[in-house]
Design a protein around this ligand. Sequence first.
Ligand SMILES: NC(=O)c1ccc[n+]([C@@H]2O[C@H](COP(=O)([O-])OP(=O)(O)OC[C@H]3O[C@@H](n4cnc5c(N)ncnc54)[C@H](OP(=O)(O)O)[C@@H]3O)[C@@H](O)[C@H]2O)c1
Length: 246
Amino acid sequence: MRIGILGYGNMGRAFALGLKDKYDILAFDKDIIKKDTALQDGVGFASSTHFLMENVDVLLLSIKPQDLINLSIDIKNKSIISILAGISMNRLKDVFKEAFMTRIMPNLGVLKNKGVIAFHSEDPKKEELKSMISLLGNVYELEEKYFDAFTAIGGSGPALIASIVEAMRLSGVYMGLNKDISYDIVINMIFGTLELLKEYSEEELILKVSSPGGTTIEGIYNIEKSGIRGALMESFIKAYEKSKKL
Ligand SMILES: NC(=O)c1ccc[n+]([C@@H]2O[C@H](COP(=O)([O-])OP(=O)(O)OC[C@H]3O[C@@H](n4cnc5c(N)ncnc54)[C@H](OP(=O)(O)O)[C@@H]3O)[C@@H](O)[C@H]2O)c1
């Protein structure tokens, strides 16, 4: 299966790098500077959109949503995978009337092949495409109506986690720790916690760490008093509502 990538920007490139060891990749981007990047990455670069379409079995569409309106390609009986945020399956089928459509929503983790990726396909080659995409991370086959919820927690999630890491690191600095040591402690604590959460539920873990009258329960009490759980949920719900409006 030869894969074409239309739009060799942040995401198109991330997909090319994640897939190139297992698949033959050919890219095209209207920004000619991207040709050098692709060739340096060991990815073939087509001379035109037309050439790209003639020579691939599957097209990964990774241009910006606003560029879709200027795109004119003739695709018959080929597979298209769109990563365009906010562009529905119906809209895609309107544009690519005779193609087999798949819509995915990746998060930034795909840069490290550790993404979470929502997947919705009407392609007869669905299973093959799903296993291909899983090279970039964990794939969740979802009805399209859940894509906004996915975008809120899976897509925006890394930014929220980064904010928590930053707050914890700054707390360490406030208490006198060197900024790099503080960062290292936070990151390694998170990796360890994720391992523990494979064995214990969130509630069990909180109780395990909280000794009676100790420091952790003091912190937990403050978290609950400030309503942080509700505030966090509110942030994701706002992101969800915003995604629905796009
Ligand atoms: N970045 C994320 O975290 C993320 C997450 C989920 C989904 N997405 C989706 O991924 C898509 C790509 O995002 P990105 O951040 O990778 O964008 P990007 O870096 O701007 O890359 C898009 C590339 O496509 C090129 N392009 C535009 N129209 C073209 C055409 N007709 N033919 C060939 N190339 C064309 C652009 O060239 P010019 O610069 O010259 O216009 C640009 O190099 C978007 O639809 C976005 O919604 C992104």
